[in-house]
Design a protein around this ligand. Structure first.
Ligand code: GUN
Ligand code: ZN
Length: 429
């Protein structure tokens, strides 16, 4: 039977900008019905209840939004979330590489993929751009788990052929044939897409980056994901490793890795020329504020990026980040920008985690929106949980104030229900 949900609906019809609390692109439809067709797509949104042929769910007073899109997260790193005392390069060697090595074991990879995809949904993220490990087993397990849950997921085997432990290194020829097979098997299967995934410039040789560029050129429609300019010691190391490149970003540009399907995490230590390259190619920055604070990496300049025309989306970067909750991630983003004197609206934050990310991923008609025809990837939220948030909510005078408090105080405990393609995939116990 077809399902209709009554709730307070929020989504965006355009980019609300960074600081406009009155933006006309905010679409607020309180006490509306959202209708889901038999194919799991949004059929309509209307103020009146539909007829008897619809199964009706009354969630009056709760907030219904498109599911969040986490544009940079590592599935195996749930095992190292909240690891103490290191900056990026030490953190990789001390905690992350040993944990990722365990995913060569198919049983470990399978358990991790199931736990990770369930956890994403339980935090309100229905789509994600994900790094598994260097192992084909872990990539297969991740794609399989996402397919089982009907999720829009973009991922690819991590490429690293140097500066990593023996049990985490691949080589150019082997990686090329594994990637080609994975692309043929998974890219475009249902809601899955492949991303060519050089971990970062330090862990791939020039030859491997060139091979990644060939894969991107040979398979139009695949994505590319990597890290860029996250940490100052990392940036200095890349300059030593690639003396011929103008900048860290230029290493990727030279290998043909930047286009409108490229997702680069962090981008803290970029210059104006880099921002121009990102804007010209359509490559997006996945801003990871929780990770940037936790690892002490630096403060991303969103306003500068936006002024240059760079697309910015939001990402948890677990396990560098300390939560899969996009609400917590957005709250951290607000604080990071406040350090630069920029006050982001709740609209700017929520847009970046929904429609903004979808547009930047070229998926704007499928996800991140409540437009008819989009997939019914939906999350139902309590705006306030617990006495403090409830008190704050009761005192809020207008919508922006209410929802900014939700973003700032909320987390996965505010999530009631999550649907993916119209199928309920999470319900709060
Ligand atoms: N740079 C290279 N690998 C990683 C990773 O796993 N996490 C983060 N935050 N940065 C990286
Ligand atoms: Zn990362």
């Amino acid at each position: 039977m077809k399902t209709a949900i009554l709730a307070d609906l929020l989504d965006f019809t355009g980019d609300p900008g960074l600081a406009d609390r009155q933006s006309a692109h905010v679409r607020w439809r309180p006490a509306h019905w959202l209708l889901i067709d038999e194919c799991g797509r949004i059929a309509a949104v209307q103020p009146d209840a539909p007829g008897d042929d619809w199964h009706k769910l009354d969630h009056s007073g709760q907030l219904l939004m498109p599911g969040f899109i986490d544009t940079h997260v590592h599935s195996p790193q749930v095992d190292v979330i909240a690891s103490w005392g290191t900056e990026l390069l030490d953190w990789l060697n001390t905690y992350t590489f040993p944990a990722e090595a365990r995913h060569a074991d198919p049983a470990v990879a399978q358990t991790a993929a199931d736990l990770f995809t369930d956890a994403l949904l339980a935090h309100g993220s229905t789509s994600a751009v994900v790094f598994p490990t260097v192992h084909v087993t872990s990539t297969e397990a991740l794609f399989g788990a996402a397919r089982q849950r009907g999720m829009r997921l973009i991922a690819g085997k991590v490429l690293m052929d140097r500066h990593a432990p023996d049990n985490l290194r691949d080589d150019v020829a082997g990686a090329e044939s594994h990637c080609t097979a994975l692309i043929e098997r998974w890219h475009g299967q249902g809601r899955l897409a492949y991303a060519v995934t050089p971990r970062f410039a330090a862990t791939s040789t020039d030859e491997q980056l060139a091979m990644a560029g060939r894969l991107v050129a040979r398979h139009p429609g695949v994505y590319m994901q990597t890290h860029v300019a996250e940490n100052r010691a990392e940036v200095a190391w890349i300059a030593e490793l690639f003396p011929q490149a103008r900048s860290y970003l230029d290493v990727y540009a030279r290998h043909g890795l930047l286009n409108e399907r490229a997702v680069l995490a962090h981008g803290i230590w970029l210059d104006a020329a880099d921002r121009q390259v990102l804007a010209d190619t359509g490559a997006q920055i996945a801003f990871c504020p929780s990770s940037n604070l936790f690892l002490g990496s630096g403060l991303f300049g969103w306003a500068q990026a936006a002024a240059a025309g760079v697309a910015v989306s939001m990402a948890s970067d677990v396990g560098g980040g300390t939560s899969l909750s996009m609400l917590r991630t957005l709250a951290d983003a607000y604080k990071v920008q406040a350090m630069a004197g920029q006050r982001l609206t709740a609209w700017a934050l929520l847009h970046a985690a929904t429609r903004g990310a979808a547009q930047a991923l070229q998926l704007g008609s499928e996800i991140g929106t409540l437009n008819p025809g989009a997939m019914a990837d939906l999350c139902l939220w309590d705006v306030a949980v617990g006495p403090v948030a409830q008190r704050r909510d009761a005192l809020a005078r207008e919508l922006h104030e209410r929802l900014f408090a939700w973003v700032t105080l909320g987390d996965e405990r505010n999530l009631r229900t999550c649907w993916v393609g119209g199928v309920q995939r999470y319900a709060r116990p």
